[in-house]
Design a protein around this ligand. Structure first.
Ligand code: SAH
Length: 273
């Protein structure tokens, strides 16, 4: 695919991904047009192939970013307020709980490119967290997002956040509306109600994993909201092959796993010493 979708500019690359049906949803196309890959890939930014970003990591190929976003899209778009009207006219469907702001986790955020694209789709109330186990790559993602005025606004508002942690365990991040402990001088909260509220506010509508997992980590499945979807490359048990899996959790907590297609990602590992 590399030779078919590459372009000389960001717009040409996105147009080629569209022509080759790797991007099929207009909202995905406009999000890709808003984010210039040159801010994220140190070389050959508009080639449809992975590029090294240091620390043995790569920015994934544009067609893989496209597959990931298209797959997660119904769980990224802002939920309609009343459950009847979609705020995203051209989206086939939006899956989530009415009115609830989106929360998206991008594990192995690397260059930060996909974290930025995901935030464009999650809308003004959404929060996207990029998680890296290498602090220098956490910083790289944040620096890259900060190269555009739009990106700086996303960082300043907290709609995009970069964190350091082991992605195999997932991540717990407070919601934007959550009070900071010790701030505001409020009376001691009713502990049970506080806990209930956090449960309601926590978890992830969508989890993207940008490195190949050895197993389908249960902690990640647990952190999916009901409903929610994960896009994750997983290494096969008995060969060197890797496959993209989706894990869907329905509104009752039922889990369905589906194997999609073969891929080649860097592994999800222990952090280097
Ligand atoms: N989505 C990124 C992909 C970067 S490559 C992009 O397109 O730019 C995969 C990334 O996963 C690397 O940056 C690597 O540091 C990170 N990674 C590997 N194991 C990890 C772990 N256990 N926890 C968090 N990040 C991890």
């Amino acid at each position: 695919m590399a030779w078919r979708s590459s372009g000389a500019t960001n717009a040409e690359l996105v147009e080629n991904l569209w022509r080759n049906k790797l991007i099929t949803q207009p909202l995905v196309k406009s999000a890709f047009l808003k984010v210039d890959r040159a801010h994220y890939a140190p070389s050959m930014a508009y080639e449809d192939s992975p590029q090294p970003i240091g620390h043995h990591a790569t920015i994934s190929a544009p067609h893989m970013h496209a597959h990931a976003v298209e797959t997660l899209l119904p769980f990224l778009l802002p939920n309609p307020d009343n459950g009847h009207q979609s705020t995203a006219d051209s989206a086939a469907s939006v899956i989530g709980q009415a009115g609830r702001p989106r929360r998206v986790l991008d594990i192995g955020s690397g260059s930060g490119y996909l974290t930025h694209v995901l935030a464009e789709l999650a809308g003004e109330t959404g929060v996207v967290v990029g998680l890296e186990h290498i602090p220098a790559l956490r910083d790289l993602g944040e620096r890259n997002v900060g190269k555009s005025a739009e990106g700086r606004a996303l960082l300043a508002s907290g709609r995009v956040r970069f964190r350091v942690g082991d992605g195999r365990k997932g991540w717990e991040e407070p919601s934007p509306g959550d009070a900071q402990p010790g701030v505001g001088g409020a009376a001691a909260p009713d502990v049970a109600r506080e806990h209930e509220r956090k449960d309601e506010a926590g978890g992830w509508d969508a989890i993207h994993v940008g490195a190949a997992a050895a197993v389908l980590h249960e902690d990640l499945v647990r952190q999916l909201r009901c409903p929610g979807r994960m896009f994750i490359p997983v290494a096969a048990e008995s060969s060197s092959e890797q496959y993209i899996w989706t894990v869907d959790k329905d509104e009752h907590g039922g889990v369905k796993k589906k194997k999609l297609f073969g891929v080649r990602y860097v592994p999800l590992t222990d952090a280097p010493k």
